[in-house]
Design a protein around this ligand. Structure first.
Ligand code: FES
Length: 122
């Protein structure tokens, strides 16, 4: 038998708060849908950051969250489509594109994106 955790999700766009019961071996987004909770998502495979939340308390496990930098994961962001609960959790949805901007806006601002482009340097 897997453990079941209680997940509270605050949707910042609507001001609503949801409470879910999520088994430790199920993705949180998927469990939410099965319980009638509509949350933002797009790719469902940890790439697009549409489903990103900020973890306010508790522990989350997201080994497949390839769309989220290690730094943002350390800052407490998580992708619900590929996240498992490891304790009871309290999370809140992001502002629109918040994670995308944090992740990529920074590189453009510092000009680091040059490293990814075919620019000849000599
Ligand atoms: S829906 Fe795309 S990262 Fe979760």
């Amino acid at each position: 038998m897997s453990d079941i955790y209680t997940i509270k999700i605050r949707d910042r766009s609507s001001g609503k708060e949801y409470t879910l019961e999520v088994p430790e071996d199920r993705y949180i987004l998927h469990s939410g849908e099965k319980q009638g909770v509509e949350l933002p998502f797009s790719c469902r495979n940890g790439a697009c950051t549409t489903c990103a939340v900020r973890v306010l308390s508790g522990e989350i496990y997201q080994p497949e969250a390839m769309g989220l930098s290690a730094e943002l994961q350390r800052q407490g962001y998580a992708l619900l489509c590929v996240s498992y609960a490891r304790s009871d959790l309290y999370v809140e949805t992001q502002d629109e594109d918040e994670v995308y901007k944090l992740q990529f806006g920074r590189y453009f601002a510092k000009g680091k994106v040059k490293a990814g482009l075919p620019i000849e340097e000599d």
